[in-house]
Write a protein that binds this ligand. Structure first.
Ligand SMILES: Nc1ncnc2c1ncn2[C@@H]1O[C@H](COP(=O)(O)OP(=O)(O)OP(=O)(O)O)[C@@H](O)[C@H]1O
Length: 457
């Protein structure tokens, strides 16, 4: 998003000229003709830079006094002074009071652009830094080729640029935040902040301060998440955890596109795209009066559903390869291969923690892998939770060892076939191909062993 620049000058021609030059360069320009109008504009929203005339005729405060007031309110706002010919001394005094630089009238557009770009560099770097920091350990895009993930990706492509609100539904660790970041990155808002608001982590009594910001009687402002996200995207994580009073307030912001800060009177206007997410069944939350239906319709303009990993097991091999490559790169070793039986075990797991759990398992496997075996991940190197040793699913050996051969073979076959069928999401033809049996023979075998949970597709 464009950086927001406030131009304060009593001469209309200068204001319009400067605004025109800056807008052509892709900045967003606001103008104020007096110190009073400038303070109003500052209160309405924190600008990325103030261009301030030292004279300001007919204003309550002159340029230097206004500079002091701006610095008192928020010392981090950079101020670039505009000085008339002959009042260089004042401009120098302004620098002592915290202005970043000054430009003398009349000036060339090129010089103005150069100084503005230099004065806003810190702000640009701060934004870049923020988004980089937020992305550490986070994937940029959704990996996977299942039809579910392909459909999600296609919808993201279609709606990213539109600014529509999107409600992402997926279980915990399913990739909601990755999808939200893709929507932001593929939109015209990509250069502006992506602000994550976790409804679950906010203390109910502080929700409003956090979202709307605070304003004290002196006019000092601490911007909230909505203001910080101006021009960008606000990601409301797990909306079902929002207290109902907050739901009402969010609804009002979405309807009126403005809000007041806690302790303030003034309406603050922001341009923010809202993306929200939930792991819960909102229809049920609405039915049980825990979630406002009107808010649901406001947020759910475009629904995006990511199924649990256990319903898209085809995504497991590309995800495993993706995480192995990532962790191998971090450790500066070549990316390992995965033995077929190890991949089969990973594909057969239930993954209640979804992609996050899979990522953690891969990370742990790589950390614990003996130095001489790091080139190939084999079944015995996987954590117990994936191979059944932890009491979960998998091929247990103790029951088999205590049985006569015939029963042991049957119990092995039953377990083996269950795992393979689950691995291929109930698709009998693909299971038959993999295990090397005719489809009809497999059907007979399943009937004989009393396995009924394999859906034929
Ligand atoms: N399809 C995917 N491709 C690559 N990485 C993924 C994918 N889905 C999830 N991840 C990774 O899994 C982890 C969890 O994903 P994310 O934080 O997006 O999930 P979430 O649904 O927002 O979870 P929660 O609701 O628990 O916060 C992250 O490290 C993310 O990078």
């Amino acid at each position: 998003m464009a950086l927001d620049i406030l131009i304060v000058d009593d001469e209309e021609d200068i204001r319009d000229l400067v605004a025109g030059v800056l807008e052509d360069e892709g900045y967003e320009a606001r103008t104020a003709a007096s110190s009073e109008a400038a303070i109003d504009a500052l209160d309405a929203r924190r600008p990325s830079l103030v261009l301030l005339d030292v004279w300001l005729q007919g204003s309550k405060l002159d340029g230097l006094e206004l500079l002091e007031e701006i610095k008192r309110r928020d010392p981090s706002i950079p101020v670039l002074m505009i000085s008339g010919h002959g009042n260089i001394d004042t401009a120098v005094a302004a620098i002592r009071k915290g202005a970043v630089d000054f430009i003398e009238k009349p000036f060339e557009a090129d010089r103005l652009i150069h100084l503005v770009s230099r004065a806003t560099e810190t702000e640009r770097l701060r934004r870049e830094n923020q988004s980089l920091r937020a992305r550490v350990g986070q994937d940029d895009e959704l990996t996977g080729n299942s039809s579910a993930i392909n459909a999600v990706r296609a919808t993201i492509k279609k709606v990213a640029g539109t600014g529509s609100r999107v409600l992402i539904s997926a279980p915990a660790g399913g990739g909601k935040e990755v999808a939200a970041r893709m929507l932001h990155a593929w939109s015209g808002r990509a250069g502006a902040p992506f602000v994550v608001v976790s409804a679950a982590r906010m203390e109910p009594e502080r929700v409003e301060e956090e979202l709307f910001g605070i304003e004290d009687s002196e006019g000092l402002v601490r911007p909230g998440f909505l203001e910080q996200a101006h021009g960008g995207t606000l990601y409301l994580d797990e909306i079902a955890d929002m207290p109902t009073t907050t739901q009402g307030k969010i609804l009002r912001v979405l309807t009126e596109q403005s809000f007041t800060r806690v302790g303030g009177q003034r309406q603050v206007k922001v341009d923010v795209r809202v993306i929200s997410s939930t792991a819960r069944d909102l229809a049920r939350e609405i039915e049980e009066k825990r979630f406002r239906e009107d808010l649901y319709y406001r947020l759910n303009v475009v629904p995006l559903v990511i199924p649990p990993l256990s319903e898209r097991r085809e995504d497991i091999p590309p995800l495993v390869d993706h995480f192995l490559a990532r962790f191998a790169a971090e450790r500066r070793v070549p990316s390992p291969d995965v033995a077929t039986d190890a991949m089969a075990a990973l594909q057969a797991c239930e993954w209640p923690g979804n992609v996050r759990q899979l990522r953690n398992v891969i990370e742990r496997t790589m950390i614990l892998a003996p130095g001489d075996r790091i080139a190939r991940i084999e079944l015995d190197m996987l954590p117990a939770e994936t191979t059944g040793g932890g009491g979960g699913e998998g091929i247990g050996t103790s029951a088999i060892m205590g049985s006569p051969l015939r029963e042991a073979r049957e119990s092995f076959e039953r377990e083996y076939l269950r795992v393979q069928i689950r691995r291929f999401s109930g698709n009998i033809s693909r299971t038959a191909t993999f295990i090397g049996m005719e489809r009809s023979a497999l059907h007979r075998k399943l009937k004989l062993l009393g396995i009924t949970d394999g859906k034929d597709q």
